[in-house]
Design a protein around this ligand. Structure first.
Ligand code: ADP
Ligand code: MG
Length: 250
């Protein structure tokens, strides 16, 4: 579903991704960890067409979205093709990013109606199902400000799911939440994973990573330092940088 081969990304002179190689199979959950500034968000943003790679090769769902060999020409998707593929990718951010002047329900039906070509009644029916799935059927008419952070994040997940994505990207989905609200959001993500959704999750929730992830990827300084089975990697990291990072978390 995601194939990154020596992906590089720079912002002007700042080299942020320095050859990231990651593979995520359909149905797999990959958790991405690493210190702040290591390029985790930038990588997700490249996968979601919010940034363009400068070099290397990036494929999503079997489609080449960016490619350049050393010194060669850059290949990238046209804006139209990128927009089409983005519809199949759901992304959930740390700060929910719900529309403040729309209810939970209105937030969820927006894209299916405007971009997905669904009728309002069809989109509403599906949105109510999704709200039930995330445990918020009773909050359909609430505005974001009337919801807790955890509830807002669950609405954001439902909103991403409303486009029936093939791939879900989560960028620190629980980092902005009070500790007591984290569990409900993780529970929704666990269920999604169990249902076979392909997920790439940037997180500091090591319990979630250990139990749910099929692979754990440790990034530092714009490269993948180590990746593998989460239990093995957490209990027996091979690289000094991984050991140091994990020891600070515990
Ligand atoms: P992480 O998510 O691992 O904390 P990021 O991918 O957000 O790391 O950022 C990696 C580096 O790239 C940081 O030094 C950050 O300041 C820089 N960066 C990210 N986005 C931009 C941008 N749009 N312009 C310039 N620098 C950026
Ligand atoms: Mg980040």
């Amino acid at each position: 579903m995601v194939l990154a081969d020596r992906v590089c990304k720079n912002f002007g002179a700042l080299q942020v991704l320095k050859g990231v190689s990651i593979e995520v199979q359909p149905g797999e959950v990959a958790c991405l960890i690493g210190p702040s500034g290591s390029g985790k968000s930038t990588f997700l943003r490249c996968v979601n067409h919010l940034e363009k790679v400068n070099a290397g090769r990036l494929e999503v769902d079997g489609e080449l979205i960016g490619y350049r060999e050393r010194g060669g020409r850059l290949y990238e998707l046209s804006p139209r093709e990128a927009a089409r593929q983005r519809r199949d990718i759901g992304m959930v951010f740390q700060h929910f990013n719900l529309f403040p002047h729309r209810t939970a329900l209105e937030n969820i039906i927006e894209a299916p109606v405007l971009v997905g070509g669904k009728s309002k009644s069809e989109a509403t029916e599906r949105a109510l199902d999704l709200l039930s799935q995330v445990g918020l059927r009773a909050k359909a008419d609430a505005y974001p400000a009337q919801l807790s952070g955890g509830q807002q994040q669950r609405v954001a997940i439902a909103r991403a799911l409303a486009m029936d994505p093939k791939l879900m990207l989560f960028d620190e989905p629980t980092s902005a939440l009070d500790p007591e609200l984290v569990g409900d959001v993780l529970a929704v993500m666990r269920t999604l994973a169990a249902e076979g959704m392909t997920m790439v999750v940037v997180t500091h929730e090591m319990g979630f990573a250990r139990e749910v992830a099929d692979q754990l990827v440790f990034m530092d300084g714009g490269v993948v330092v180590e990746r593998g089975d989460p239990r093995e990697l957490l209990s027996n990291p091979q690289q000094a940088r991984t050991q140091e990072f994990l020891s600070k978390l515990l």
